[in-house]
Design a protein around this ligand. Structure first.
Ligand SMILES: [Zn+2]
Ligand SMILES: [Zn+2]
Length: 151
């Protein structure tokens, strides 16, 4: 079953919810903000077509792995390079390979940063597109689920 992690618009905390036709609102445990949600039958069947929070259709998928952890690991490995003659970077690469194979992908809404896990239609979600992200976040552009094509 699909799980939804809404990013609280007020405090940025993750709010974990399961799709439900009865759930009209998700409560943030941290700041008590109530985030309206619109779940449909598609969500119940683990298909992601519309965002239940902002109702956009633009999503990307990436490994469910915190970028901060990745950067921290890289910095640590880089610090050890003079003592390990670069072996630390090879170890990191192996860890990366190992971890990344085990980590499933997560779909994320460009607009409101809601995370979706356990999707049935994950393969239909495109990878992250920097230009789309900029246009959605800074110009409030709505791609309506049609990923940007490169010319
Ligand atoms: Zn909150
Ligand atoms: Zn959204």
């Amino acid at each position: 079953m699909m799980t939804v992690e809404i990013t609280c618009p007020e405090c940025g905390s993750g709010i974990n919810v399961y799709p439900s036709l009865d759930a009209k609102v998700a409560d943030c445990d941290v700041c008590q903000t109530q985030v309206p949600t619109k779940f449909t039958a598609d969500h119940i069947e683990s298909n992601l077509c519309d965002c239940p929070v902002c109702e956009r259709k633009d999503f990307y998928q990436q490994k469910d792995f915190s970028r901060k952890i990745g950067v921290a690991l890289f910095v640590i490995a880089a610090c050890f390079v003079p003592w390990t003659y670069g072996i630390s970077l090879i170890v990191l690469w192996l860890v990366d390979l190992f971890l990344f194979r085990k980590i499933p992908n997560v779909a994320i809404c460009y607009k409101c940063h809601t995370n979706f896990r356990g999707l049935a239609n994950l393969s239909a979600i495109p990878p992250y597109n920097h230009e789309m992200n900029d246009r959605i976040v800074y110009s409030d552009h709505d791609f309506k689920g049609k990923p940007l094509e490169h010319h």
